[in-house]
Design a protein around this ligand. Structure first.
Ligand code: PMP
Length: 390
């Protein structure tokens, strides 16, 4: 990329971002006053990314298989550690089989593109994750959205598509709002119309259903018209993605999901770590209980409705007030997420505070009191024109 056309265009785009207050950046975390900040912004809900057993499993997988998978899964990139991971994930979630992808994003792309195709249509919850929206676009079939968690709206759209194979995609627990999907009613609607329900459990596994996910909690694990996608990068503390489904669907994905076929297999360290994390979550329900009780502590102190998962979402009156609160909290040693348009589905700026299982109630309480105090003050005195991105 060189020459004035590109320079002019990049400068114009940068100026537009400043004008709209949508500048983003990727800052490196730094210590505050010589101490690591308290992280209530990441997705390491169970604290497993630094758990010595998970770290040891990553080391062991590197020693066994090397640093990389070295090829796509269909060539020579399927290693014993991938099979172990798939078995551990299927067991954790109560599904018959699992297929591991290199990210949760790739898993969503793979599922929607491979399960749609000619004669199909896709319906998405309007607040579904960007990867599901991108996947719908890449599927090159007609797609539409239904109102968030509105089963009646979905029912109407399904009735109007009689005769098509319809794939419906939702999240189990929504990543920004923190609310849960009415999975049982959604599955009933989908069954009435002979459609297929894809549930993204990125924020449900490890937290809901004693760690087994919301699909298992509501009794839908193994339901023939439900396919689950997951990321290994949140509660499981590693990286990668997975699809949990019956074996016929797995076989179809192995043969047709382009984001599986044309992608290098998941790195051994990530696979080993995630397999160990999945086994730990399955054998220790107290991990999920701790994250839920810490989440209740945060929502109680911050005066918000408790969400279904680890994410607690505090609405702020303006993007400026959200950024200012977030920056002050960072200066005072607590990291929270700052979500504002265009990254928020409903256009409401928010602080996103995530509970963690590996913090004591006293640590969570002290941090939540600080968040509540700072959020309330910035709600009263919002600052316009955010220039800084967090
Ligand atoms: N789905 C949801 C709901 C997510 O929140 C995310 C991660 N932000 C993904 C999919 C993508 O997962 P990954 O980071 O593993 O690509």
């Amino acid at each position: 990329m060189s020459g004035t056309v590109w320079d002019d265009w990049l400068a114009e785009r940068a100026a537009l971002r400043v004008e709209r207050g949508t500048v983003r950046s990727d800052p490196v975390l730094r210590d505050v006053g010589g101490r690591a900040p308290l992280d209530l912004a990441s997705n390491d809900y169970l604290g497993l990314s630094r758990d010595p057993r998970v770290v040891a499993a990553a080391h062991a997988a590197i020693d066994r298989h090397g640093a990389g998978a070295t090829a796509s899964r269909l060539v020579t990139g399927t290693l014993p550690v991938h099979r172990e991971l798939e078995a551990a994930l299927a067991q954790l979630t109560g599904q018959t089989s699992a297929l591991v992808f290199s990210t949760g994003y790739a898993a969503n792309l793979g599922v929607l593109t491979a399960l749609s195709g000619r004669g199909a249509e896709i319906l998405l919850d309007e607040h579904a994750h960007a990867s599901l929206h991108d996947a719908a676009r890449m599927s090159r079939v007609p797609y539409a959205t239904f109102r968030h968690n509105d089963v009646a709206d979905l029912d109407t759209l399904l009735a109007a598509r009689r005769g098509s194979r319809v794939v419906v995609a939702v999240e189990s627990i929504y990543s920004v709002l923190g609310d849960a999907a009415p999975l049982v009613a959604l599955a009933e609607a989908v069954a009435r119309h002979d459609a297929l329900l894809v549930v993204d459990e990125a924020h449900g596994i490890g937290v809901a259903g004693q760690g087994r996910g919301l699909v298992a909690e509501v009794g839908l694990a193994g339901a023939p018209s439900v396919v689950v996608t997951a990321t290994l990068s949140k509660s499981l503390g590693s990286q990668g993605g997975a699809v949990l489904c019956r074996s016929e669907v797995r076989e179809h994905l192995v043969n047709t999901a382009r984001s599986f076929i044309f992608d290098t297999g998941l790195a051994p360290a990530a696979a080993g770590a995630a397999a160990e994390a999945a086994r730990l979550v399955a054998s220790d329900p107290s991990l999920a209980e701790r994250v839920r009780s810490n989440a209740a502590l945060i929502s109680g102190i911050c005066g918000i409705d408790q969400s279904a998962g680890a994410v607690q979402s505090i609405p702020m009156p303006s993007p400026g007030s959200a950024v200012a609160a977030c920056l002050e909290l960072r200066e005072r040693g607590v990291l929270v997420g700052c979500f504002r348009p265009p990254s928020v589905p409903d256009g409401v700026s928010r602080l996103r505070v995530t509970a963690r299982a590996d913090l004591s109630p006293a640590e969570v309480e002290a941090a939540a009191r600080l968040v509540a105090e700072v959020a309330t003050r910035h709600e009263e005195h919002p600052r316009p024109n955010p220039q800084s991105s967090v």
